[in-house]
Design a protein around this ligand. Sequence first.
Ligand code: PGA
Length: 254
Amino acid sequence: MRKIIVAGNWKMNLSFEEAIELSKAISSGADGGENLESVLLFPAYPYLNAVKEQSAEKSFIHVGAQNIAAESSGAFTGEVSCEMIKSMGIDYTLIGHSERRKFFVETHEILKLKVDLAIENNLNSVFCCGETLEDRKSGDHFKIVEAQLVDSLFHVSESDFKNVIVAYEPVWAIGTGETATCDQAEEMHAFIRKIVKLNYSEQIASNLHILYGGSCNASNAEELFAQENIDGGLIGGASLKADVFLSIIRIANG
Ligand code: PGA
């Protein structure tokens, strides 16, 4: 039985002081329960260490990078490599968030390189996928999500796939206040699990955590997390307020 993962994607928000305050409040307020697999926090790069320190006493809280470079080292001004992240004792990274795909033109090929570097460096990846509103309107949403997974993720070996979490984030629901209905989300999550099973195995598919992202908050988390194939949330806006994020963690605990 899969337990729930509650992940907070802080994006490019918060001053250093605010990030410390938030991580302190989450660390002191969050309780691990038997339904909770973990809490993942994704602050901006410069805050990784400090947020990690604040969360150190809660073993179920892990800190991750929002992005990694597609190169392993060298003359790439402004980039941060997997090796650097790993050398700080950080074990998680997001890959393929729709904002990275859209604003930084991260193609399927680039994301495939990132997936490989994360694996080489033993980082757990939260691989994001999701369709735009146009894709959904034209009925192409399953095809689009499948292509994102096939082109950038499904080359990963069975043994490495255990370090992968998938986050389904319909682009039209991110930061818009418009959540996919539970039926829409569950339908896509079930589809993702089905294609993972076809590409890998029943066991790998049933162990895979698939998180929902896109205006997930304290009011809809309970219904979303109750769906058979939804194993937690990747939460943006609602992860920036300690009380709201802590309520979501309490919901995950059941
Ligand atoms: P949101 O963002 O919860 O603010 O919609 C989710 C995400 O982009 O990961």
